[in-house]
Design a protein around this ligand. Structure first.
Ligand code: GLP
Length: 262
């Protein structure tokens, strides 16, 4: 089901909302979008998190089904920038986002590690690393399609509330809510989740040519409603996405439960 903005009673942003029956159908649609962006030779902006696991599984399946020469040609052109990384975790740490990307995409698809850019979590100067990373995105010509998940407190990337719509790539302190949200990967202990991260800012995210926000599960229904239907505000960083002229939101029915679809 595709709901245009006109079919939502209070929606004011110009983008498109797509509601799929479940997370699997969401993943299939998003994988198709990513595949198309690769075919177009675009620079991808990639995200981590549990929401993206079925998305990347569907993308792997699509790409591995291609004839080998076609797949190899496509994967040689791969250029992507991840949103964020924990400060203090290097690619050899299993909970680093670099390791996540290696497991999800680079390893199974045999993409060269260097083609998937991600901030260096072990950089001696994390602020300088954030500046370098932002400049690298610009030097690559910017991001064509930015994939985004939604944090339970409304963050995108690791842009924690409060957050203006023009925050640059930076090193910041993670909120207790986010460390709680991500504790599962660290043996269930929020204190084991790194305290700081480097993230592309709302400035870089909103500079991408197209945005694709992916949200699944009933637990995100309330924050998704705030992000899409309330006026943009610093307390819900994802609400700034409403200002982007080419935002597509892909959700499952459970996440859409509070969107007042007509
Ligand atoms: C993480 C990431 C975000 C991700 C979000 C949701 O902390 N930094 O990029 O989108 O939180 O995660 P999940 O999909 O596991 O709910």
């Amino acid at each position: 089901m595709i709901a245009s903005s006109a079919s939502l009673t209070t929606l004011t942003w110009p983008g498109q909302l797509r509601v799929e029956p479940d997370a699997e159908a969401v993943a299939a649609h998003v994988a198709e979008r990513l595949h198309q962006a690769l075919e177009d030779g675009g620079v991808l902006g990639l995200a981590t998190g549990r929401t993206m696991e079925p998305v990347y599984a569907a993308l792997r399946q699509r790409l591995l089904a291609l004839p080998k020469p076609q797949r190899e040609l496509l994967l040689r052109q791969w250029r992507s920038f991840n949103l964020d990384e924990y400060v203090g975790l290097g690619p050899d740490h299993p909970q680093s986002f670099a390791a996540f990307m290696q497991r999800q995409l680079a390893g199974p698809l045999q993409i060269e590690r260097g083609s998937l850019a991600i901030p260096h979590g072990l950089a001696l100067d994390a602020d300088a690393e954030a500046r370098r990373y932002s400049a690298a995105v610009v030097a690559a010509g910017g991001v064509d399609l930015q994939l985004l998940g939604l944090g339970s407190n409304g963050h995108v990337g690791f842009n924690e509330p409060p957050c203006s719509e023009a925050e640059p790539c930076r090193c910041l302190t993670l909120s207790p809510a986010t460390r709680q949200q991500n504790a599962e990967a660290f043996g269930g202990d929020p204190a084991a989740v790194p305290a700081r991260a480097i993230t592309l800012g709302t400035a870089e995210i909103l500079a991408a040519r197209r945005l694709l926000l992916v949200v699944t599960g009933a637990a995100k229904a309330g924050i998704l409603r705030r992000a899409l239907l309330e006026p943009p505000c610093p307390e819900v960083p994802a609400s700034w996405l409403q200002r982007h002229p080419r935002l597509e939101v892909v959700v499952d029915l459970a996440a859409a439960a509070q969107l007042e679809l007509s």
